[in-house]
Write a protein that binds this ligand. Structure first.
Ligand code: DC
Length: 243
């Protein structure tokens, strides 16, 4: 999936953000993209769409070859629209089906399937080709765009991440035991770390940002400072970038 690059594309950075669940990657990536007038790319949504499709097609989640065949036989389109990352498969929009316990449970397993990753990674690279993107996930700095100009490993303590998730559920009117949310978060961490391909790692040249005691605005500021340290200056005007 290749985009037509604007004329000044070579000046627009690729910002790659990895980190565990609940670290605030989506919120921060979308906000940094908004400030810089860049495109926000949520790679987790693409894995989620594949997981929902596998459930629809009743493909066993432990049959990695069948999952790979499924992924290679469909057309996946994805783009940001006003801060929302939207995904279509064979023309059908999946965006509104990507969250919730069923998708959460399925995607943890599907993300381990190397044949699926081999299909999604080149699509994700294509989306980042032109620059001017903030891409978040688990293997962005290590596998998808290891040559990104700005690389961040965004994390927070397990307790803080679980607390954020627990509050998020509360805001949606879902009552949950904090202990259960914490165990679920721990299990998600284990799955992200134990994958053979595309596992979550902090690459040497990624800057570690621990957001445990930081606001969203502070994290965004740190990332924009990193961009500015690349000897660039930015504007959030529609032109996007001033060299
Ligand atoms: O960030 P998220 O919770 O929406 O991610 C959904 C799942 O996809 C999660 O199990 C981690 C996995 N994932 C991945 O393996 N590689 C990525 N680049 C992004 C997400």
């Amino acid at each position: 999936m290749h985009r037509l690059c604007p004329i000044n594309a070579e000046k627009r950075l690729r910002i790659a953000i990895d980190g565990p669940a609940g670290a605030g990657k989506s919120t921060v990536a979308a906000e940094v993209a908004r400030i810089l007038n860049y495109t926000y790319l949520d790679t987790g949504a693409m894995y989620r769409a594949m997981a929902v499709l596998a459930l629809d097609k009743e493909i066993p989640l432990d049959d990695f070859q069948a999952l790979g065949k499924m992924a290679s036989s469909v057309t996946i389109k994805a783009r940001e629209d006003n801060g929302v990352f939207r995904v279509w498969i064979d023309g059908e929009e999946f965006t509104h089906r990507l969250r919730g316990p069923k998708a959460d449970g399925a995607v943890k397993i599907l993300a381990m399937a190397k044949p699926v990753r081999e299909i999604l990674v080149p699509i994700q690279r294509g989306l980042a080709d032109c620059g001017g993107v903030v891409m978040e996930g688990r293997d962005i700095t290590s596998v998808v765009i290891p040559h990104a100009e700005v690389k961040v490993f965004l994390t927070a303590s397990l307790e803080e991440r679980a607390l954020r998730r627990w509050r998020e559920l509360g805001n949606k009117g879902i009552t949950a035991e904090f202990g259960e949310v914490l165990s679920e978060m721990e299990a998600r961490d284990a799955k992200d770390l134990e994958r053979d391909w595309g596992k979550l790692v902090k690459v040497d040249d990624a800057v570690l940002i621990d957001s445990t005691n930081m606001s969203v605005a502070q994290v965004c500021r740190s990332i924009i400072d990193l961009c500015e340290a690349r000897h660039c200056c930015f504007t959030n005007s529609p032109d996007g970038f001033l060299a």
